[in-house]
Write a protein that binds this ligand. Sequence first.
Ligand SMILES: [Zn+2]
Ligand SMILES: [Zn+2]
Length: 281
Amino acid sequence: MSAQEPPRVRVLGIAQDGGHPQAGCMEPCCAPAWLDPGRGHRVASLGLVQGTQRWLVDCTPDLPDQLRLVGGPPLDGILLTHAHMGHYTGLLHLGPEAWAPSGIAVYVMPGMRAFLEGNAPWSALISGGHVRLVDLAADRPLRLTDQLQVIPWEVPHRGPWTETVAFVIQGPSRRVLFVPDIDRWEGWPRDIADVLSEVDVAYVDGSFFDMGELPRRDRSEILHPLVRETMDRLQSETLRSRVRFLHLNHTNPMLSPGSSAWREVHDRGFRIAVEGEEVEL
Ligand SMILES: [Zn+2]
Ligand SMILES: [Zn+2]
């Protein structure tokens, strides 16, 4: 394993923050996954791997298992998008009750830094030396190795505590976008079609397939692009083939292979991210 082999992105989970099955849900969307854990899904996260080096993008409640999937420990760092449950609470596994590593780099935007420094138990991870915060700035590339860099892009996403970023992950020959959470495509100064024309693969917010899984909610309350809306927005076959939906809510029928929603996504030229799949950068 030489450091010269190209970096890779590995999908470590595809579910929304609460995972699948989700706590408290005994409905048909989750019941099969309670009975057969093989039908469940881990919370959305990516691993970045190059040689013996590895990083996590987001730190989910499924951290122990995802650490194994990425081939760690050790771990060279963790990049965080925002302070919603599925995206950072796995940091608790870095505390003294559990792993308690020494000085793992955690890459954060300014709001995320202030949030972690200002609130227990996160602040204890820093004062205890288990976590070392490293600053990110919007649009400024962060170089992880000679062949691997990551660029944070701010995205609109509800959240009282921190800003939210997407990441563009760039290797010597490919670029991957990770945008697991965004309120609406309309609220982003970037056009999703333009963005897709500049990347090879995009892991995109697929929280909800359509309003059918949210019978008692109004569309205006749902601060995510619906998968159907995202698909309608993208006419070019080339761009469609780059999209891989993840961050799927437990109600999302796309979690069931072969369902009509699952088939519609594939028939229209899109894909659903699969845990364990890799993209060579
Ligand atoms: Zn989320
Ligand atoms: Zn979120």
